[in-house]
Design a protein around this ligand. Structure first.
Ligand SMILES: *[C@@H]1O[C@H](CO)[C@@H](O)[C@H](O)[C@H]1NC(C)=O
Ligand SMILES: *[C@@H]1O[C@H](CO)[C@@H](O)[C@H](O)[C@H]1NC(C)=O
Ligand SMILES: *[C@@H]1O[C@H](CO)[C@@H](O)[C@H](O)[C@H]1NC(C)=O
Ligand SMILES: *[C@@H]1O[C@H](CO)[C@@H](O)[C@H](O)[C@H]1NC(C)=O
Length: 452
């Protein structure tokens, strides 16, 4: 390179550096002024963490504390705790969560596996209740303009489970009426209009919940169990969050978990064997495995004392089969995790909770359906796993169990805490999307920030 061109390239380098610095400084100035813009509040959080950083440094839980600001609509109680027979007194909209023993309780039984909405709502209420100790990964804010995300407190799974039957002289189910009212309500709100609902969070964990409203509200971020009954335009990994089922069997404590030699059953499956859609594979596997001596493959429900039996069965098995049913996911996966029974996942369309932070291959075995139905393939594979290999997965299972527990009050790293952090991660791609849409709308964004 000649001397002259070196000088000119140095000059170029300095010019670029200086102008970049000037650009950054001026953008910061502009961003700080446009406080009301959703985009800029996110940007501030991501590249200008000045105020948050101060809080974090003095706090016990530095990484995620207070990251997610959530605005929650004060929907009438029939959309949420009213479905649990909670009766409001006077003008209150929400039950008090100050005293854990007087919080409206969620009934046991099968409804419970989809109770995600209940735990998230309680946690937001607790975020304004200093008496409750909880991780501060999300907090409720009263001003929607300050919020990163708008939470819609509709207990959609409970509404489906309890109110979807047309009864007596009704012509439309209560579940459907609530959904219609919800759509009408949201579409009329400024918060919804701002970004076409993209910054709204709606929980629809039961595959049949929100059946009538899901298409109209599809721009929102959903919390789901899987995408089995959704077209990909309405629900997809780009924008939605997969949450665990609430397990129905009891968690085995780490010190009581049976080791390899104390688990006589090689592989365990108990459930409905004849399923529609993707579930026909259960029948094929049943025919292949029913005569294997160390395999438990049986029809069973969780009614009666089925849950207890299933828990015992899983806790004394090395591997637990999770086979696609009429939806790709089921609570069985989470039951096997809390039983420390290594999950064998045979469900090609399954999406797994928290896969952005968790590597399931560390504690599970994945088998393609096409391979699982080959004669002898599955038992040969599982018998070939050495005690050492199995123990590694078992040890990892004992570590990850905490991610699959829903609690009130929430604890660091439990399902509630993990869902909030998954929502925070999704916001980054939402921001990307908003930016792309804004490419040719600079004037509009500029005007809005000037007017506030
Ligand atoms: C919480 O409620 C229970 C049951 O009503 C009551 O016995 C207990 O004293 C309350 N605890 C506090 C701290 O108020
Ligand atoms: C439906 O039945 C209930 C009693 O079960 C009655 O109170 C109500 O008025 C009836 N509604 C209509 C529209 O007939
Ligand atoms: C195992 O630990 C739990 C608490 O974590 C305790 O309640 C239980 O008694 C322990 N069991 C044994 C066998 O040590
Ligand atoms: C409960 O489980 C026991 C075995 O643990 C079984 O003998 C009994 O029939 C079961 N009862 C019901 C109602 O399922």
């Amino acid at each position: 390179m000649s001397e002259k061109s070196m000088i000119s390239s140095k000059l170029l380098f300095y010019t670029i550096t200086v102008s970049t610095l000037l650009f950054i400084v001026s953008s910061l100035f502009f961003l700080q002024r446009s406080d009301s813009s959703f985009t800029s509040s996110l940007v501030r959080k991501l590249i200008l963490p000045s105020t948050d950083l101060k809080n974090e440094q003095t706090d016990a839980k530095p990484v995620s504390c207070g990251v997610l600001k959530v605005f929650m609509y004060d929907l009438p109680s029939e959309f949420h705790f009213g479905l649990l027979n909670w009766h409001k007194k006077g003008s209150e909209t929400w039950p008090s969560v100050k005293n854990v023993s007087t919080v409206p309780s969620y009934p046991g039984g099968l409804n419970r596996q989809h109770s995600v909405e209940y735990w998230l709502t309680l946690d937001l209420l607790a975020s304004e209740t200093p008496e409750v100790k909880r991780p501060c990964s999300a907090m409720r804010v009263k001003n929607s303009k300050e919020a990163d995300i708008v939470f819609v407190p509709f207990f959609s799974s409970l509404s489906y489970n309890r109110k979807s039957k047309v009864s007596g002289n009704e012509t439309t189910s209560v579940d459907r009426l609530l959904q219609e009212r919800l759509v009408e309500f949201l579409k009329s709100r400024d918060e919804w209009k701002r970004f076409g609902g993209k910054d709204h969070l709606i929980v629809a964990h039961h595959p049949n919940s929100l059946l009538y409203a899901r298409n109209s509200l599809g721009s929102a971020m959903f919390v789901l169990s899987d995408f089995g009954r959704y077209p990909s335009s309405i629900a997809n990994l780009e924008k939605d969050v997969i949450a665990p089922y609430v397990h129905v069997v009891k968690t085995v404590s780490n010190n009581e978990s049976a080791s390899f030699e104390k688990r006589p059953v090689l592989a365990y499956f108990q459930g409905a064997i004849y399923r529609k859609d993707g579930g026909t594979i259960r029948q094929e596997l049943y025919n292949l495995l029913k005569d294997e001596k160390d395999v438990h493959f049986a029809f069973g429900t969780v009614r009666g004392n089925g849950t207890k039996q299933t828990g015992k069965g899983m806790a004394s098995s090395k591997f637990c089969l999770n086979i696609a049913g009429d939806t790709p996911s089921s609570n069985r996966l989470f039951d096997s995790i809390v039983s420390h029974c290594v999950p064998v996942i045979i469900s090609d369309q399954i999406e797994l909770p928290f896969e952005d932070t968790l590597d399931y291959s560390g504690f599970s075995v994945f088998v393609h359906s096409s391979e699982a139905v080959k004669k002898g393939f599955l038992v040969t594979l599982l018998r070939g796993v050495t005690e050492d290999q199995w123990r590694k997965k078992w040890e990892r299972l004992k570590e990850v169990v905490r991610y699959f527990e829903y609690r009130f009050p929430s604890q660091p790293g439990d399902s509630v805490d993990m869902i909030w952090s998954a929502v925070s991660h999704k916001l980054a791609s939402l921001q990307f999307d908003v930016h792309r849409k804004n490419r040719y709308r600079r004037a509009e964004v500029f005007e809005r920030s000037l007017s506030t």
